[in-house]
Write a protein that binds this ligand. Structure first.
Ligand SMILES: C[S@@+](CC[C@H](N)C(=O)[O-])C[C@H]1O[C@@H](n2cnc3c(N)ncnc32)[C@H](O)[C@@H]1O
Length: 268
C-alpha cells in the first residue's frame, strides 16, 4: 500500500526516499538532495518508524517525470466524471462519464487524493447548475473544471500559489471552460463583498476553522459551502469549531482517512 504520492514540480534532480514497514505499508518521498533525504530519514528513524526499511535512490529529471506520468492513469472521479491526464486523451474510450482533462504541472489536484474526490461528490450532490462557483485553494482547478462541466458559467479561483492559479486557468482552457476570474493571494488576505452560489474549499481543518466566518460570508444566502481536508479523527472537533448560526449542515462524507462537509448558508 502506498500512503503518499507527491506531484511536485519536475525540475532538477530528485532523491526518492522509500519507507516500508514489515506489513507493507509505506511512503514514497521525493526530496531535492541526498542531504535533505538523509535528514528526513534521520528524523523518521527517531520518531515513529522503528523497524521500518529505508532506501534512497537518485532520480534524474526525466526518470522522475516519466515515473510520475506513468502512475497517473485515467480514473473515474465522483459519480459523473472521469479524469483524463492530458497526455492520455487518445486512450479514453467512449462512455457515459464526463471527461475532465488535467495537466497538473506542479499543482495539487490530480483527482487521486481522497479530499478532492470527496469534494467533487459534494459538488455533484448540490444539484447544479449554479450560476457562479468559487474554488478556494484551486490547485490544478480540477473542481472548477467539474463545476464548469456541471453548468457553472462564472468561475472564480483563488490560491496563494500563483503557479496553481496558472495551472487552473490552463486546465479550464483545456476543457473549453469559461475564463476564470483569479485571485493570487491567501484566503486570509482576501477582501471582497462578492457572494457565490457554491463555494468549495479543499484546504486543511485549521485554515477552514480560522476562516469560517469569511467562508460563510462568501456563500450567498441559500447557497452551498463544501469544505474538505478534514482528517476523520478530527471531524467531531471540526464540526464543533466550524459551527455557525449562518450555516446549516447538510451532509458529511467520510472516506478512508478524510472527511468533507456540505453546508447551506441560511437566509439571515
Ligand atoms: C489540498 S489542495 C486542493 C487543490 C484542489 N482544489 C483539489 O481539490 O484537489 C489546497 C490548495 O490550496 C492552496 N492553499 C492552501 N492554504 C491556502 C490559503 N490559506 N489560502 C489560499 N490558498 C491556500 C494550496 O496552495 C493548494 O493549491
Amino acid at each position: 500500500m502506498r500512503l503518499a504520492q507527491v506531484t511536485g514540480r519536475p525540475f532538477g534532480e530528485f532523491v526518492l526516499l522509500n519507507v516500508q514497514s514489515k506489513e507493507s505499508a509505506g511512503a514514497a518521498l521525493y526530496l531535492k538532495s541526498v542531504r535533505e533525504a538523509s535528514q528526513v530519514e534521520k528524523i523518521c528513524r527517531k520518531l515513529a518508524f522503528r523497524g521500518w526499511r529505508f532506501s534512497q535512490k537518485k532520480l534524474k529529471q526525466s526518470d522522475w517525470f516519466d515515473k510520475w506520468k506513468e502512475d497517473y492513469q485515467i480514473r473515474p472521479f465522483g459519480k459523473k466524471f472521469i479524469v483524463v491526464p492530458q497526455w492520455r486523451r487518445q486512450e479514453l474510450k467512449a462512455g457515459w462519464r464526463i471527461p475532465i482533462y488535467i495537466n497538473p504541472g506542479g499543482a495539487f489536484g490530480s483527482g487521486e487524493h481522497e479530499t478532492t474526490r470527496l469534494t467533487v461528490r459534494l459538488l455533484e450532490r448540490a444539484g447544479a447548475p449554479f450560476k457562479n462557483f468559487f474554488d478556494v485553494g484551486t490547485g490544478t482547478g480540477i473542481l472548477a473544471v467539474a463545476a464548469a462541466k456541471l453548468g457553472a458559467g462564472n468561475i472564480w479561483v483563488l490560491d496563494l500559489d500563483s503557479a496553481s492559479v496558472d495551472a487552473a486557468e490552463a486546465n479550464l482552457r483545456l476543457n473549453r471552460g469559461p475564463k476564470p476570474k483569479t485571485w493570487r493571494r491567501s484566503l486570509e488576505t482576501l477582501r471582497t463583498g462578492r457572494k457565490f452560489e457554491f463555494v468549495a474549499a479543499n484546504l486543511v481543518s485549521d485554515v477552514l476553522i480560522e476562516n469560517r466566518r469569511k467562508l460563510a460570508a462568501l456563500t450567498r444566502p441559500g447557497g452551498r459551502l463544501a469544505v474538505s481536508g478534514i482528517l476523520k479523527s478530527n471531524l467531531p472537533g471540526f464540526l464543533k469549531a466550524f459551527k455557525s448560526p449562518h450555516l446549516k449542515k447538510l451532509c458529511v462524507l467520510k472516506g478512508r482517512c478524510w472527511s468533507a462537509v456540505l453546508y447551506q448558508r441560511l437566509k439571515n
